[in-house]
Design a protein around this ligand. Structure first.
Ligand code: NAP
Length: 285
């Protein structure tokens, strides 16, 4: 049946706001979950450039949506536009899930949970005692670093194009746990490669299909590395292809997408998420 025939004048909206957003598999997985649970809800993607974010967030309230996901590049800039934050979003300073409850927009960060669950599944262990190289310093990187510190990683090394942003992240992380967190640059990488256990790509490199660039020089990859790329797409990213060739354990961002989405679903609906269905749906898109 055409899904549009099931929409009614009572159908409630969940939106995703991002720029770009056309690559997102979130509409497919959430619409499948809403349908499976018989919920009169629909999930739609909106490409919102930065200068329209304030108006778009005000629009969520004006329209009385159930909630929203916030994605690249708005996870940090959305924070001051919301009424309250849960403790994880407050700590991380980045929001990926919003619920509109009792007249207020409440921000959550389910990426921390999604990252840790995905890592456990892909690596068979958590980051405790691991030396971790985090590529990027945006909203996703903040969630990943918060997760690594919460689980007592041994050390976190942050590598980012814009050094000041990496420094800001390490400064913030000093309050999130006892794990040392420091900025590293190209010059540091060769000497660190052997000591690193886990590499997580939290940059947007790889998001644009057909662009063959790695966020880090691939000659630092070693066979003992676990490499998790938060980016997902039809093809493995250049980073994951190189990592696989060098014998690393690799995982793309689809499992984290599923896990963070399952938590968001629970926040919006107060129901357990049909996670197997969500996983099958994203894999088949
Ligand atoms: P963001 O806040 O906009 O941060 C983007 C990051 O990518 C920054 O560190 C930025 O560096 C870096 N970057 C962008 N273009 C670059 C380039 N050409 N060269 C070098 N660095 C570049 O975005 P975000 O929300 O953190 O998301 C980052 C990525 O993670 C996106 O691809 C997103 O799709 C993915 N993600 C996936 C999941 C999942 O569930 N799988 C969840 C969250 C995010 P500068 O600081 O120098 O600008």
């Amino acid at each position: 049946m055409d899904v549009r025939e099931q929409l009614t004048s009572c159908t409630r909206l969940v939106a995703i706001l991002g720029h770009p957003v056309r690559h997102s598999r979130s509409p497919a997985l959430h619409n499948a979950a809403f349908a499976a649970q018989g919920l009169d809800m629909v999930y739609l993607a909106f490409d919102v450039p930065g200068e329209q974010l304030t108006a778009a967030v005000a629009g969520l309230k004006a329209l009385g949506v159930v909630g929203a996901n916030i994605t690249v590049p708005h996870k940090e800039t959305v924070v001051p536009l919301l009424d309250t934050l849960d403790s994880t979003a407050q700590k991380v300073g980045a929001v990926n899930t919003v619920v509109y409850r009792d007249g207020a927009l409440v921000g959550y960060n389910t990426d921390v949970y999604g990252f840790l669950m995905a890592l456990q599944r892909g690596w068979g262990r958590g980051p405790r005692d691991a030396t971790c190289l985090v590529l990027g310093a945006g909203g996703a990187a903040r969630a990943v670093v918060a997760g690594l510190l919460a689980e007592n990683a041994a050390q976190v090394l942050v590598y980012n194009r814009t050094l000041a942003r990496a420094r800001d992240l390490c400064t913030a992380a000093a309050a999130w746990g006892t794990t040392p967190c420091r900025v590293v640059t190209d010059n540091d990488l060769p000497a660190l490669a052997d000591r690193v256990d886990l590499i997580v790509n939290c940059t947007a490199i790889g998001l644009e299909e057909g662009v063959k660039v790695s966020p880090v020089p691939v000659d630092i990859l070693r066979g003992h590395h676990m490499v998790l790329d938060l980016v997902y797409g039809r093809e493995p990213t250049t980073l994951l292809q190189a990592a696989r060739q060098r014998g690393c354990t690799v995982m793309d961002g689809l499992e984290m997408l599923v896990q963070q989405a399952a938590r968001a679903f629970e926040i919006w609906t107060d129901r357990a998420a049909p996670i197997e269905l969500m996983r099958e749906t994203v894999m088949s898109v």
